[in-house]
Ligand binder design. Structure first.
Ligand code: NAG
Ligand code: NAG
Ligand code: NAG
Ligand code: NAG
Ligand code: NAG
Length: 463
């Protein structure tokens, strides 16, 4: 029996004890849930005529992720996220000799209870490009993305799909600018990606192609697929040519609404790293350095754009503060997280996902116990928010790899089978979140008087 399964059973038993009178409470809740689900299924049937009963049944236990104020919900229950990043899945799936790695990864991730994966739904103009030139797609690569989506579903993992890169890897905004120049546009900066109407229209066409794609493995249109947790507008947008933030803000406003108008069902996030900008000078003290204020992003203002459902934040003390590891990295991580949790509660009233965090094994002073401490710091800071009903909705480790893909490692890869202590930390956190996500935790958390027992389980590592 896997470690994770054992912990699940333990936690479920604990829940039964905690609830005190499981028969009535749990049963009552489940009954109510079931009625709601049947109703929802029926609605779906009307919305999508021609789908058989079998599909309705499937939809019942694999629903869209929704949002209620500062919480994610699935099937009316809280959905706190323990997840990970693996950016190269589509490219690996595009080659028969490496496709199996995608399956291996999802299998290993689910064995430690991870439920969300963030990955690239773009590869613009490069080797094994999805988009070969504006609006022209490689069908084999699209099928590879179909495979990733369909395989994720098998392992009950939801995907955050990012739609373009700020950086050059896999094309990015500079590839869009090249395309624009090839088409005869007078472009002078990669940031023209954000402002030039033709480049905006290229991006929108890509959004349209992905959202309306019919998966060749499942026949489900991406925009109707509950396997997709959310759309991410861009990986780490920065617009250094305009430190006021206006240029990027206007792009976000246009694109968030564009995605929402095409797909009202899925959640949308921007993909920013979370730096504080001109709209919140008092928060600038939480930035990792003074340059962060100058990159044209603005955490609070960016997330006030209509259509943005939840906030994203990245955490890289080793790239932003000093490459050499120090204890200050841990202090920064905690205060950076707490500041963003507070803002999302106070100003934005939305969940916040720490959608990239990790540390490179190449950093001077690195050792594996530091990595474990960093991961625990992120998890514990989130649990502190979660137990108070706060906005801290989850985290995605950068990054999880299966064995035998070392040549793709930028130093940040975690291979579970090679890192048993890290694996245990991840697994324990999944179990803790599963308690918050379960029906009975809902009751325990808000109603039960036996909170002490819950606290013991949640905060003592020896369990
Ligand atoms: C990959 O495998 C699929 C099915 O197993 C096959 O149809 C396809 O031709 C293969 N592609 C290549 C390039 O070998
Ligand atoms: C291209 O744009 C720049 C800045 O917008 C301008 O200075 C330049 O004159 C333009 N060049 C042409 C050939 O239109
Ligand atoms: C998808 O739809 C096509 C045509 O309607 C059908 O032939 C095929 O069997 C379907 N595939 C799946 C996996 O449902
Ligand atoms: C691991 O690294 C941290 C930070 O550099 C250091 O404080 C700690 O002593 C190291 N631990 C071991 C066991 O080497
Ligand atoms: C938990 O969060 C609160 C703020 O919401 C903070 O004051 C407190 O220090 C945190 N506790 C721990 C153990 O981090």
């Amino acid at each position: 029996m896997s470690n994770y399964l054992r912990q699940m059973i333990l936690s479920m038993t604990l829940c039964m004890i905690l609830v005190g009178n499981p028969g009535i409470l749990v049963f009552g809740f489940v009954e109510q849930e079931r009625t709601e689900r049947i109703t929802e299924g029926a609605e779906n049937h009307l919305l999508y005529p021609g789908t058989g009963n079998r599909n309705i049944e499937e939809r019942e236990d694999w629903q869209m992720v929704k949002k209620n104020r500062n919480q994610f919900l699935v099937n009316g229950q809280p959905f706190y996220v323990n997840g990970f990043n693996t950016y190269w899945l589509m490219v690996f799936a595009a080659d028969n000799s490496t496709r199996g790695k995608v399956t291996e990864l999802f299998q290993q991730a689910s064995s430690v209870g991870l439920t969300v994966c963030r990955t690239w739904a773009f590869n613009d103009g490069q080797w094994r490009a999805l988009q070969k030139s504006p609006g022209v797609y490689d069908e084999d690569v699209f099928k590879a993305l179909d495979f990733v989506v369909s395989e994720a579903r098998k392992y009950k993992i939801r995907l955050i799909l990012s739609l373009v890169n700020n950086w050059d890897a896999y094309g990015g905004k500079s590839q869009y600018v090249k395309w624009g120049k090839d088409a005869g546009l007078n472009l002078t900066s990669d940031d023209d990606f954000f402002s030039h109407p033709t480049l905006r229209s290229y991006y929108k066409a890509h959004v349209k192609a992905v959202l309306n794609r019919v998966n060749t493995f499942t026949n489900i249109t991406y925009k109707n697929d509950p396997t997709i947790f959310a759309w991410e507008l861009m990986n780490e947008p920065r617009c250094t040519s305009d430190p006021t933030g206006d240029k990027l803000q206007s792009w976000i406003i246009e694109m968030a609404v564009y995605v929402k108008s095409m797909d009202a069902k899925h959640l949308v996030e921007i993909g920013v790293e979370g730096f504080y900008g001109p709209s919140a000078p008092k928060r600038a003290q939480y930035n990792p350095n003074s340059y962060a204020t100058q990159v044209g992003t603005d955490f609070i203002r960016n997330h006030q754009a209509l259509g943005v459902d939840f906030a994203s934040v990245h955490i890289y003390a080793d790239s932003w503060i000093s490459q050499t590891i120090t204890d200050f990295h841990l202090q920064f991580t905690k205060s950076w997280m707490e500041a963003h949790i507070e803002d999302t509660e106070r100003y934005l009233k939305m969940p916040v996902l720490f959608s990239e965090f990790g540390v490179s094994t190449k950093d001077p002073g690195y050792n594996s116990s530091f990595r474990d401490t960093l991961i625990s710091t992120v998890y514990n800071t989130l649990l502190n928010s979660t137990k108070q009903g706060g906005s801290g909705a989850g985290s995605l480790l950068w990054q999880l790899f299966p064995e035998g893909t070392d040549y793709m490692d930028d130093g940040y890869a975690v291979v579970l089978s090679k890192s048993p202590s890290t694996s245990n930390i991840i697994s324990l956190h999944s179990t803790r979140l599963a308690i918050f996500n379960s029906v009975c935790s809902w009751k325990c958390h808000w109603r039960c008087k036996k909170k002490d027992v819950l606290e013991t389980f949640l905060y003592h590592d020896e369990v």
